[in-house]
Design a protein around this ligand. Structure first.
Ligand SMILES: Cc1cc2nc3c(=O)[nH]c(=O)nc-3n(C[C@H](O)[C@H](O)[C@H](O)COP(=O)(O)O)c2cc1C
Length: 303
């Protein structure tokens, strides 16, 4: 059994300390082999936006990224082998750190073969993300996305997301957080054992608002309608016994972004957008021509 973690914070920093505490606990329960990849040791191009991967995926190809000369292959190799998969990232400007965001952008081009291999052997997943203050609001959904998009399949069993820890390694004086990290590690370990025995396991972390993904953000989409900004589960606000409640739609478990339905819906959207562009290619070319003489606005540093 293998547990892989990807660490996006400082070496010896807060996220890494909690990650180590969690991994130690998971290893003690399962005897699993444990590996940690630090993002600072990984070289990755930024996604160029060329859409080669998406065009490949929507036209029957494998959808591999055009960049084959960086460490995405190394990451894929290790993710593929893992039974447990943890991601840890510090909060930078209310979202996970840039190296992790770049990584999730590149996850679009991992290729269909990799996606299928991951899905045939779903991993046990968990996330740790620590910030220095209470400016952590958008971290929860994005860190979840990083884990799920990279692994293509991970069943998230726990998430530890907290603020108020700035100095490197200061979580060492936060017994509550250290204990919480150990609990996360135990949950991962126990889920891995259940997975090995062919038993089912599920999410055990904080409830949040959304019953599908447990995110605590909510979008108001008009009138009393609401939507989870992460998984797109829909519902309606209601007042029951003087308290605000959300009446979630009956089909949210099947109709959300992270189901087969959601994936097909998303591919359909992208396909429709490309079709619209193809149908209007002359108009698009004309518009670009119209703006061509306004092209001298781009500047770049001398090299
Ligand atoms: C560029 C930068 C931006 C940051 N932005 C935030 C932020 O928006 N919210 C927050 O809570 N902490 C923020 N922090 C603080 C870090 O999240 C905090 O120091 C964290 O403990 C670092 O984790 P590490 O020790 O694992 O690297 C920021 C730090 C840096 C370097």
């Amino acid at each position: 059994m293998k547990i892989l973690a990807i660490s996006g914070g400082r070496a010896g920093g807060n996220n890494e300390l909690l990650l180590k505490a969690a991994l130690k606990e998971a290893k003690a329960i399962t005897g699993a082999e444990v590996e940690v990849i630090r993002m600072k040791d990984i070289q990755l191009h930024f996604c160029s936006g060329c859409e080669t991967c998406m065009r490949g995926l929507t036209t029957g190809g494998n959808g591999d990224c055009v960049y084959q000369d960086d460490d995405l292959g190394f990451l894929k190799e290790h993710i593929l082998e893992a039974d447990g998969f943890l991601v840890t990232a510090p909060v930078y400007d209310m979202i996970p750190s840039g190296a992790m965001v770049n990584l999730v952008n590149r996850a679009l081009g991992v290729g269909k073969d990799f996606q299928q291999a991951c899905r045939s052997n779903p991993k046990v997943g968990a996330v740790i993300s620590i910030g220095g203050s209470d400016w952590i609001d958008f971290t929860e959904p994005i860190v979840n996305l990083i884990l799920c998009n990279l692994s293509k399949s991970a069943q998230v069993v726990d998430r530890l997301i907290a603020g108020h820890n700035t100095a490197p390694g200061m979580v060492g004086c936060r017994e509550d957080l250290m204990e919480r990290a150990k609990l996360l590690g135990r949950r991962v370990g126990e889920a891995l054992l259940k997975r090995e025995r062919g038993e089912s396991f599920g999410y055990e972390g904080d409830e949040g608002i959304c019953p599908v993904c447990h995110i605590s953000l909510l979008e108001m989409t008009g009138g009393s309608k609401v939507r989870c900004p992460y998984c797109a589960a829909t519902g309606e606000l209601a007042i029951e016994n003087g308290k605000i409640r959300i009446r979630w739609a009956d089909d949210i478990m099947e109709h959300n972004r992270f189901t087969v339905w959601g994936e097909n819906d998303h591919r359909g959207e992208i396909g429709a957008s490309h079709k619209l562009a193809a149908e209007n290619k002359d108009r698009i070319r004309e518009k670009a021509k119209e703006l061509e003489d306004f092209g001298g606005i781009f500047i770049k540093p001398e090299r």
